[in-house]
Design a protein around this ligand. Structure first.
Ligand SMILES: [Mn+2]
Length: 325
C-alpha cells in the first residue's frame, strides 16, 4: 500500500494558519470530493480554509457536505493566505480563473495523480499510479493520524468511485478498495451517495438521451455506431452542454461495436465526441478535425459541415476495421 511520507508537504500544512485550496475547471467528483474531504481535515486541525473553483460545483455534487462553502474566484477578497494547495490539477492552466488567487499565496503545494503533471508547485505530491486524488487524501489522513468521519467518507467515496468509473476502470487497484473499505467503516450512507453520484440523471439529460437514441445508426457491418443531437432537440428540451455527459457511450456499448461517435449540432461549431474499445483508436480522428484527447476517448469542435465531417470520420473508422480484421 502506498504511503505518503512527503515531510515537506506535511510540515507546510502543519505550519500554515490559513490555506487556500483550489481544484480544476469543470470539476468532477474527484475534484470536488477530494477538496471537500481535505478542507474538512484541515478545518479540524484548526486551519482557516478557503475552497475555490473557477466553475460552480455541479448540481449533482451539491449535496456533498461542505459543497456550499466552495467559492468562485470572484468571491475571494484580497487577502493574505499562507499556503495554496492545488488538488487534482494536472497543470496550472487547469486552475482556470483560480490561478490568480493561487499565485498570490506565499507558498504553493499540490496533490495530484496525473502522470503528465510537470510538478509546478514548490512542493509536489504527485503519484501517477494513484487511482484518484481522493485516494491520496486518504494517504494524507493516515500520515496525519486522522480518522475519517462520515462526512469525509462521503466525499472520498465520491472522489474515488467517480475517477474509477465506479470501481471498473483499469486504474482501480487494491488501494482503491482498501480506501473504499475504510470509508464504509465510518458508517456513511453508501447507498444514498452511490445513487446520487452514479444513478440520478437530470430530466433534461434523459430527454436528450432519448432524442440521441432515436438517431442511432450502425455502419461498417455493425462495427461502428453514431448518434446525432440536433439544435432543435436542445431547444425543445431546454438542454445545455451540461446535459450531454455520457450519451456517446450508449453507441459504444452495443455488442459488436468497436468505435462510436456523437455529433452535437446545437452550437455554431459542431462538437463531436469519439469513443473506442482497445485496440481501436479515435484520438487521431479527433486530431484530424482539430481536436484531441485520449486514444479511447477523444473530442473536437469543428466548423466543417455535418455531412463532410461524418464522411471523414466514417472513412477513417472503416479503414481501421479493415486493417484490424
Ligand atoms: Mn482525478
Amino acid at each position: 500500500m502506498m504511503k505518503m511520507n512527503n515531510k515537506l508537504l506535511l510540515s507546510a500544512l502543519y505550519g500554515a494558519d490559513s490555506i487556500l485550496m483550489c481544484t480544476h475547471i469543470s470539476p468532477d467528483g474527484d475534484a470536488i470530493g477530494s477538496m471537500l474531504a481535505c478542507g474538512r481535515l484541515l478545518d479540524k486541525m484548526g486551519k482557516k480554509v478557503y475552497m475555490v473553483c473557477a466553475d460552480p460545483v455541479p448540481a449533482k455534487l451539491r449535496f456533498l457536505p461542505g459543497a456550499d462553502k466552495v467559492l468562485l474566484p470572484d468571491a475571494l477578497e484580497e487577502m493574505s493566505v499562507d499556503l495554496a494547495l492545488a488538488l487534482d490539477c494536472a497543470d496550472e492552466s487547469r486552475m482556470g480563473k483560480c490561478f490568480d488567487a493561487y499565485s498570490r499565496c506565499k507558498n504553493h503545494v499540490q496533490i495530484d495523480h496525473h502522470d503528465t503533471n510537470p510538478q509546478y508547485a514548490a512542493i509536489n505530491e504527485v503519484d501517477g499510479h494513484a487511482s484518484s486524488t481522493g485516494c491520496m487524501i486518504w494517504r494524507l489522513m493516515k500520515a496525519m493520524n486522522v480518522e475519517p468521519d462520515k462526512e469525509m467518507a462521503a466525499c472520498i467515496y465520491t472522489a474515488i468511485s467517480t475517477d474509477t468509473g465506479n470501481f471498473s476502470f483499469s486504474n482501480t487497484d487494491e488501494e482503491t478498495f482498501a480506501c473504499a473499505a475504510a470509508m464504509v467503516k465510518t458508517g456513511f450512507d453508501l447507498n444514498d451517495i452511490s445513487r446520487k453520484v452514479h444513478l440520478l440523471r437530470e430530466e433534461k439529460h434523459v430527454r436528450l438521451l432519448g432524442s440521441a437514441l432515436k438517431s442511432l445508426r450502425l455502419f461498417a457491418d455493425g462495427n461502428c455506431a453514431c448518434m446525432t443531437l440536433t439544435k432543435e432537440a436542445f431547444e425543445a428540451i431546454g438542454a445545455g452542454n451540461e446535459h450531454t455527459d455520457g450519451i456517446v457511450n450508449y453507441a459504444l456499448n452495443i455488442p459488436g461495436v468497436k468505435m462510436a461517435y456523437l455529433m452535437d449540432l446545437h452550437e455554431e461549431k459542431h462538437k463531436i465526441s469519439f469513443r473506442a474499445i482497445a485496440p481501436y483508436r479515435v484520438s487521431h480522428i479527433a486530431a484530424m478535425l482539430g481536436g484531441g484527447g485520449h486514444v479511447l476517448a477523444a473530442g473536437c469542435r469543428t466548423e466543417m459541415a455535418e455531412e463532410e465531417a461524418a464522411e471523414l470520420i466514417e472513412r477513417e473508422m472503416r479503414k481501421q476495421i479493415e486493417e484490424l480484421k
